[in-house]
Design a protein around this ligand. Structure first.
Ligand code: SF4
Length: 484
């Protein structure tokens, strides 16, 4: 079937594509690659991948595409689902013969409710959907495709689960799809060099953090990996396709889950002479850090989450604060940059633990930080806990502009407090003389950094102001504007 893979238009600047773990509009314009859609797109000949938000496409822009295709696969998420349904309805109205399927963790967890949301959705593909979509696109009857839930004469049916993908090298390269369909300059992440390219070298994470969506839904808790040669060949190809790319990012949940393999990939990359970065847990030993650094590693994205051991334990993070401190010292000593991510409002959080986390971040001194609000996604242990304990009271994960809000509220720590503490955290971390000097020094050394930091800084301050205003107006969700 002629197949369109679509990340639908949504909130303006919404980083909610098939590569974003926590879908929200970020502090500064930011987009991850739609890798989860590029993987099946690479399996379906002559398909097309359209990533609407980074390309600034509105519903009016994508609606006419419905006439050119027989199958549309839309990636959705919990915060964007109502919008995505409206896009599906508009496509169906344009071409009633178009078969529409939804993919993503949200529909994997809630296949029944997702299908019930609109007759425009013909099927949803659960869990790992690459080969599910390939079979649907080949025209196999839905009832014979593993891992789908579909509507059959008004009745919702589920086929058995598809076995977990073990041969990860069976997934074709995504960079061919990136080259064919994406404008790579539109993908921006504040702390990565621009332009960057990101992809996965494996799926799954060995840790069991209770808040983390992908390992509890689409990825699982075994780190299933592509072979070293397969990864290195794809990066070599990417470099030929995109000679101007300044950085490659490995967005595996925890690239450092398998240390000997991480070192082997690093050596392959070192031979290519590329600059690269990846996600890491705050427990990588110095010997490995050294190998990675010697072979082109520039930055680690590290989920510290909290500066309170009790909170880390309550979410099963599996990291000790003293280990995180030592790891950070080692990485900094080697000249590896760190983007540290923190979460406020996790179970066990109090005003005191928030204060401890802010101090911890200032002590660790990552180069940049991201402060998120704990987001209870359906399918996670934290979501079930929230339901059991009555921590949810109907608030959405994002506001009418797509900005994160606190859906959790505790008797001792109201959601308003959690929301307000994000800004306090950013201000206390960035508006310190030491940090300001470091940033100004970096800007003085590099004109490109100067331009980018000035632009990002202004956007960041505007974001904080708009965020405050948005929370004060926190009314019902705004419907999809007509120009979207
Ligand atoms: S270590 Fe990171 S990716 Fe793995 S489960 Fe925890 S938060 Fe998720």
């Amino acid at each position: 079937m002629r197949t369109l893979f679509l990340h639908p238009p949504s909130y303006e600047g919404f980083d909610g594509g098939a590569g974003s773990r926590y879908q929200a509009r970020r502090e500064v314009r930011s987009f991850w690659y739609p890798t989860w859609l590029a993987q099946p797109a690479a399996l379906v000949p002559d398909s097309r991948l359209v990533d609407a938000p980074p390309d600034g496409l509105t519903l009016e822009d994508v609606r006419p595409l419905a006439r050119d295709y027989e199958l549309a696969v839309l990636h959705t998420s919990t915060p964007s689902f109502p919008y995505d349904v409206r896009v599906a309805e508009a496509l169906k109205a344009e071409n009633p013969r178009l078969r529409i399927g939804f993919v993503g963790a949200h529909v994997a967890v809630r296949p029944e409710e997702s299908l019930a949301a609109s007759p425009a959705i013909d099927f949803v593909a659960r869990n790992e959907f690459d080969f599910t979509i390939e079979e649907v696109a080949r025209g196999h009857p839905l009832g014979r495709v593993l891992g789908v839930s579909y509507r059959d004469d008004g009745v919702i049916r589920h086929t058995p689960d598809r076995p977990t993908l073990e041969d990860m090298d069976a997934l074709p390269f995504v960079v061919d799809v990136y080259k064919r369909d994406l404008t790579i300059e539109n993908y921006v992440i504040g702390y990565l060099l621009h332009p960057y390219v990101s992809l996965y070298t494996g799926r799954g994470c060995r840790s069991k953090c209770t808040f983390c969506l992908w390992p509890q839904t689409v990825g699982g808790h075994r780190y299933r990996t592509r072979s070293v040669g397969h990864v290195v060949r794809e990066i070599a190809l990417a470099r030929r396709y995109f000679p101007h790319v300044r950085e490659f990012f490995f967005d595996d949940d925890t690239f450092t889950d398998d240390l000997p393999r991480a070192e082997a990939i690093a050596r392959g990359l070192g031979r290519l002479g590329v600059t690269w970065s990846c996600n890491a847990k705050a427990n990588v030993p110095p010997e490995t850090l050294e190998v990675l650094k010697d072979n082109g590693l520039r930055l680690l994205l590290v989920g510290y989450e909290s500066g309170n051991q009790g909170v880390l334990n309550s979410v099963k993070k599996g990291v000790r604060l003293d280990v995180a401190r030592r790891f950070t010292r080692d990485a900094r000593a080697l000249g590896i940059r760190i983007h540290g991510t923190f979460v406020l409002g996790l179970p066990g959080e109090t005003c005191e633990t928030i204060e401890e986390t802010i101090r911890f971040a200032c002590e660790l001194e990552p180069d940049t930080i991201q402060v998120s609000i704990a987001a209870p996604y359906p399918g996670t242990v934290m979501y079930r806990q929230a339901l059991e304990h009555g921590w949810l009271d109907g608030r959405e994960l994002v506001d009418g502009r797509g900005v994160q809000r606190s859906a959790l509220s505790y008797p001792h720590l109201p959601h308003t407090e959690i929301f307000a503490s994000v800004e306090t955290f950013y201000r206390r971390f960035y508006f310190r003389p030491r940090k300001i000097f470091a940033i100004v020094g970096e800007m003085a050394r590099d004109r490109q950094v100067l331009a980018r930091r000035l632009r990002d800084g202004a956007e960041f301050l505007r974001f904080l102001a708009a965020r405050r205003a948005g929370e004060n107006r926190s009314g019902p969700r705004r419907p999809l504007p007509s120009h979207h």
